[in-house]
Design a protein around this ligand. Structure first.
Ligand code: ZN
Length: 328
């Protein structure tokens, strides 16, 4: 994946000065005799005999009262009210276009209006997803647990962690899981900066594709804040944004296996996407242990309800046809 840098256009060299080269002021006057149009006619001819030209009685402008209106006209001017209004309107629209899509963070909004963005798939399937890894302290435990449960999942990883832990990243893919993009860093970009967003997502896509040989297809922004800039960046990188329908609030200091399981079960339906975390990188230290401990019970609960647990690739989200490629 490459990012096109915006390059300044070369400066224009200006228009040619007409046919032929400029020959001097005389030529200019000959071609433009009426210039300048407001110049009063100049009296020509010799002064009258015996009369000395009268010296001006006073210098132009001397003892003349300053004209306030003229001073105001000559004073340097800022942009007019219309320009200021237009600039303010443009800035407000840019900010609204950036921030308003983040309203999809509200579960009711996206479940009702954007089921694909919420991660609603086939009714008999539950997508299991983990955010904020890879983390050498915790992610390997999740991989072992998932192996024991014969479950594959989708890991939304951070680009900066991917390049710091390439072997672990490859191991996630090697064990049959799906890697997806959570961004390069875990920030909250409330001010619009499309170039920054594109760079952030594009770098993460490139890092994953380079390490695993498989281009990621999903994007979940940090904190679920899908700004207009992030949405645009994801689409330009060929990613589909997906949030979640159920979470476990597993990032809190007070989270326990029982509380995380109860929270997920309270929201989960067939076709839902579960958000959990395999790292405490942006959460309370050690909170991932609660998530790890509840995994067997969550899988048991889903299977008892006749639901298959798997990655987003197998979730049957409308518009995504191709199945998940086999891991290397
Ligand atoms: Zn996150």
């Amino acid at each position: 994946m490459t990012i096109r840098d915006v390059q300044d256009q070369p400066q224009g060299r200006g228009q040619p000065q007409g046919r032929g080269q400029f020959q001097g002021w005389g030529q200019f006057q000959g071609r433009h005799r009426a210039y300048p149009p407001s110049t009063p006619p100049v009296r020509r001819g010799a002064p009258q005999a015996g009369r000395r030209p009268r010296a001006p009685s006073r210098l132009p402008g001397a003892n003349r009262r300053p004209d306030p209106s003229r001073a105001a006209a000559l004073a340097p001017r800022g942009p007019g009210p219309a320009v200021v209004t237009a600039l303010a309107t443009t800035a407000a629209l840019a900010l609204a276009g950036h921030v308003l899509p983040a309203g999809t963070w509200l579960p009711g909004v996206r479940r009702t209006l954007f089921p694909g963005l919420a991660g609603t798939g086939e009714p008999g399937h539950v997508a299991l997803t983990f955010d904020d890894g890879p983390d050498p302290n915790s992610t390997p435990h999740f991989l072992d647990h998932l192996d024991r449960l014969s479950v594959r999942a989708t890991f939304f990883v951070l680009g900066e962690a991917v390049v710091r832990h390439p072997a672990l990243t490859r191991d996630i893919a090697r064990r049959g899981h799906e890697l997806a993009v959570h961004g390069w860093t875990h920030g909250r970009p409330w001010l619009p900066a499309p170039g920054r967003d594109l760079r952030d997502v594009g770098r993460a896509v490139a890092a994953l594709a380079h390490l695993t040989g498989v281009a990621p297809r999903w994007y979940r922004p940090p904190y679920g804040i899908l700004t207009g800039g992030r949405w645009l960046a994801a689409r330009r990188c060929g990613l589909r944004p997906v949030l979640w329908t159920a979470w476990g609030r597993d990032w809190t200091e007070t989270a326990t296996a029982a509380s995380v399981l109860a929270t997920v079960r309270g929201q989960l339906r067939g076709g839902g996407t579960v958000l959990l975390h395999d790292s405490d990188r942006t959460a309370a230290p050690g909170c991932w242990r609660a998530t790890l401990d509840m995994l067997p019970d969550l899988v048991t609960h889903c299977r008892a309800a006749g639901l298959t647990v798997g990655p987003l690739a197998d979730h049957g989200i409308p518009g995504v046809a191709h199945p998940m490629p086999a891991g290397p």
